[in-house]
Write a protein that binds this ligand. Structure first.
Ligand SMILES: Cc1cc2nc3c(=O)[nH]c(=O)nc-3n(C[C@H](O)[C@H](O)[C@H](O)COP(=O)(O)O)c2cc1C
Length: 475
């Protein structure tokens, strides 16, 4: 059974020793971040900061370890990936309800005051406090198809916010379309505190016309209950802890940033549209949420990794059916580095895969394709393949003038985000098509195969697992 809401998930974390309560006062200004960082460094518990200077308890770190991700999915390490891929093949439409706990408290008009919310500052040079765990629900202004995705949100003052949406992400595309259609504003909602399957569904890669709530239903194995916002036409989870309904005003900008980002670098401040809350709705005793981002590995990376890997694998296998595994590791921010294992079925297929991956919405900067015998999650094995299965002049592709990573610190940050371009490198570290691979396991005897169309691998040392080694066992 899926978690009904955020609270049930917190109960499950607490029951498994993965959540602790801190009753002493903890400051939102950097202190919450220090505590979250320290716990994450030891794959420690999520933390409820009860005394944070506001009336809302603040929970940080609920996505800070793979162990918590497994609790969220209700899976174990061995089956989680296959289970996600299976769940992605099922779509369950949402259920629309007239009322829900998220509307137990509704704050409107002049009563709106963002300073009632416990919003931390994470890194010393951040431009202000940031809501980092919130996901935006927005609708395509033409088709009405809903999208959900995480977007950072800076608190500018008690009634003003600003957000950063990469041009290739659907929230930005929806806004750009509204602007093209002549709209002066764009209405959407920021949601905090939900069943974790909704949060893990946000990064899932799907075709652009997908109703993301149907993906959520498939991932959690049950329809999600949605309720209409109070000040706009957007539907949000009825059991969410907090929702900020808002309006993007295209006519006014404000400096948004810097923020210490998932790349491990600050993104500089730049003008972005003003975002005004039109309502704050919340449950009685609502939990607010904090999420650590910054140099890998943080909650940001863990939240994305399984969702990106499973959905990318699922989509990619439709074009390249011999793909056996995909890694999109935190070292590349869970975007910039992609490793694919596949056995090419004909000459050049690994190259096609590299180019297709570069053209995907993940926009990786480095794509490495290896044979299926390489563990894509083991960087030492990947480097071994790159060292001994490539000839750089033959196997490396560099493509320039691709859409640039918006948060890439090497991109020209003086340009508007939609005008930035960058390059990407592809490395075909598979054996060339047709290579005969022989494995020779005899340590004493020389490999007798001639090189050419053949390679001769040294097998793992025969019998080492069963070797009697008492001195080592005694350690
Ligand atoms: C915690 C977190 C924060 C994120 N913040 C942003 C952000 O501020 N801006 C952005 O464009 N993408 C951000 N992303 C990435 C997008 O939410 C994600 O890539 C999503 O899949 C994009 O939406 P789309 O696939 O519907 O286009 C964030 C992801 C996570 C997990």
């Amino acid at each position: 059974m899926p978690f009904q809401d955020f609270r049930e998930f917190l109960d499950a974390l607490r029951a498994q020793g993965e959540l602790i309560d801190v009753d002493r006062p903890v400051a939102l200004e950097l202190e919450v971040a220090k505590a979250m960082r320290k716990s994450a460094a030891v794959a420690g518990p999520a933390v409820v900061f009860k005394d944070n200077g506001t009336r809302f308890p603040l929970v940080g770190g609920v996505y800070n370890s793979n162990a918590k991700a497994l609790i969220a999915y209700g899976c174990d390490r061995e089956n989680v990936f296959d289970e996600i891929v299976t769940r992605l093949s099922t779509r369950i439409p949402p259920t629309y309800v007239d009322d829900g706990p998220v509307h137990e408290n509704v704050i409107l008009g002049d009563d709106i005051d963002l300073s009632i919310l416990p919003v931390p500052r994470y890194s010393p040079d951040d431009g202000g406090p940031y809501i980092t765990p919130g996901f935006v629900v927005s609708h395509d202004p033409e088709t009405g198809v809903p999208d959900i995705g995480h977007y950072r949100c800076e608190i500018i003052d008690t009634k003003t916010m600003s957000m950063m949406a990469a041009p290739s992400h659907r929230f930005a595309k929806n806004q750009a379309k509204a602007l093209r259609m002549g709209h002066k504003t764009f209405r959407a909602a920021l949601v905090i505190g939900v069943d974790p399957m909704i949060a893990y569904a946000c990064p899932i890669q799907v075709p652009e016309d997908t109703n993301d709530w149907e993906v959520v239903g498939g991932l959690r194995g049950a329809s999600v209950e949605l309720v209409k916002c109070r000040t706009n036409e957007v539907y949000v989870p009825a059991h969410a802890e907090v929702v900020i309904e808002f309006e993007v005003d295209f006519s006014q900008t404000v400096e948004e940033g810097p923020l210490g980002e998932y790349t491990g670098y600050y993104t500089p401040a730049s003008p972005k549209p003003v975002v005004r809350p039109t309502a704050i709705t919340h449950r009685h005793g609502a939990y607010f949420q904090a999420l650590l981002t910054g140099r890998p590995t943080t909650e940001n990376h863990i939240l994305k990794q399984l969702s990106f890997e499973a959905s990318f694998y699922d989509m990619f296998r439709q074009q390249f059916p011999t793909v056996t595994a995909v890694a999109i590791p935190p070292s590349g921010g869970v975007y910039f580095r992609l490793v694919i294992a596949m056995r090419p079925r004909y000459s050049g297929e690994a190259r096609s895969a590299i180019l297709a991956a570069m053209g995907s919405n993940l926009r990786p900067k480095t794509v490495v394709v290896v044979d299926p015998d390489i563990d894509v999650h083991d960087s030492e094995q990947v480097e071994w393949a790159m060292a001994f299965r490539t000839q750089p002049a033959r196997d490396v592709i560099i493509v320039d003038s691709l859409p640039g990573g918006v948060l890439d610190p090497t991109a020209d940050e003086t340009l508007p985000a939609d005008q930035r371009t960058g390059s990407a490198i592809g490395i075909d570290a598979t054996y060339p098509y047709g290579t005969v691979i022989k494995t020779v396991g005899d340590l004493c005897g020389p490999a007798s195969e001639e090189h050419g169309g053949h390679v001769v691998e040294v097998a793992d040392i025969p019998g080492w697992r069963d070797y009697d080694f008492p001195e080592l066992d005694a350690k």
